[in-house]
Write a protein that binds this ligand. Structure first.
Ligand code: ZN
Length: 76
């Protein structure tokens, strides 16, 4: 996908302050945070909107977000 900031971040073309990564997802700080630690979670694979993601992939991304937001996730 051309002209997609999230894909550029996933490819390393655009910079971000990364929080976490797994095989299919990335988490990084929002450049215009609404709260301290405001984190974006995205799939590495491009989708125009979350509604274009297969439900199974949305569920996996939600589990990734739940994990990094939990107290089970290490914070430095
Ligand atoms: Zn994209």
């Amino acid at each position: 996908m051309d002209n997609c900031l999230f894909c550029d971040i996933a490819k390393g073309v655009a910079t971000a302050f990364f929080i976490a990564e797994d095989n299919n997802h990335l988490a990084f700080l929002d450049i215009h945070p609404l709260a301290e630690g405001h984190t974006l979670v995205i799939p590495k694979k491009h989708y125009p909107t979350i509604w274009d993601m297969p439900a199974r992939e949305t569920e996996a991304m939600t589990e990734f977000a739940r994990y990094i937001a939990s107290d089970r996730y290490p914070v430095n």
